[in-house]
Design a protein around this ligand. Sequence first.
Ligand code: IFM
Length: 486
Amino acid sequence: MTAVRPDIAPKQAPEATRFPTGFVWGAATAAYQVEGAAAEDGRTPSIWDTFSRTPGKVRNGDTGDIAADHYHLYRDDVALMKRLGLKAYRFSISWSRVQPTGRGPAVERGLDFYRKLVDELLEAGITPVATLYHWDLPQELEDAGGWPQRVTTDRFADYAAIMAGALGDRVGTWTTFNEPWCSAFLGYGSGVHAPGRTEPASALRAAHHLNLAHGRAIEVLRGQLPAAAQTSVTLNLHQVRPLTASAADADAARRIDAVGNRIFTGPMLRGEYPEDLIADTRHLVDWSTLVHDGDLAAISGPIDVLGVNYYTPTLVSTPEKGAGSTRDDGHGASDYSPWPGSEHVAFHLSEGKQRTAMNWAIDPDGLYNLLMDTSRDHPEVPLMVTENGAAFDDYVSPEGRVEDPERIAYLHGHLDAVQRAVADGADVRGYFLWSLMDNFEWAYGYSKRFGTVYVDYASQRRIPKASAHWYADVIRRHALPQTGPS
Ligand code: IFM
């Protein structure tokens, strides 16, 4: 027998690092982006129905009228999720489907859709994760003033009670809002999202009322749901970086962190608005009258999980840096800024990084840093990556396949970042890929494909992309493959 000399022994592949026991593997969608059936079973228009019908607001004049027709195809979609081995599905509820006009009694036909969807998921062994609000305010509530009006928080608390009553016996994880920053600042600041208003003061007022509505809904959910239920909110926390080490760029980063992140984490997790945010914006709103006694206590009721969405970092400077463009912050072009009080900050594209079809730099370290920073700043709350993914220009090959190696590389890099953050102490409980399937990408319509499943909109045929098979394999192993994609 020939002994193998230690110095020439074949290199053993290192044992793949497994994700923590109980780490949740999921995929996410949102009602207006996938459901379609916009006028069926009593649903009334939301602000996105109105916005997408307004000429010039959405690319190609696309609307969510049909979208991926999930409303009719949900059984097939759940079966597909099961085949992929998904353990959880994060979806949102269309408020105007279950409570048309946003007031008054619920419509049973609307509630039935979600009951059936949830039952189908449970039957397939997939955990439902319900988001109450993913940007689609009933149009009648916008007509009454929308999120800048405090009364909208009353409507949201009523709606939360309806949903807890209808689904509380079968949904164990509830999220109040998805990315309230977008609702407030893209919806009422830059106007690139519905309802398309460009009023900096209204955007700040909307942010406070979204915070308050979150707190009030958490209280309602806590009062109605079984003790084991988990409550959460999902924030698109900006991983803000200064362009240079200058004091001016550090101040630009501080400002964007304040109005991009701490405007939500401050009241929700610390029970206070940051003083620097108030100073930066006090020429626009009177915070002392906007925030009533008791609001901060209501907003800061405990949550069980903080959802974090991450796609790309945010690189900022003072405007004198020249190369920066105050318009291209990655959130869509507008003559109006979504950064009230900090309109002068310039945004930059990171050099030397590959980009997605959204022109967003691919930077997994941003996710690592975001998870580490958030767990350092808020160690009391476990984290969940509730969205991460990428759009690429996917197409079906003549053989009927969709090869998306760039998406596999993106997911591999970002899941590796999650694993590094977990190894370094961040309490990250799971990962939801955005998105389960191609869908209506807001102002970009159907021109951007974020899905791990391709949707042929003409036939509504679903084709799992190569990344879906790759993700299924990761889920099965509970670990990343040893080598990244070439
Ligand atoms: O499609 C959106 C989603 O609705 C919210 N988070 C970002 C995604 C990609 O832009």
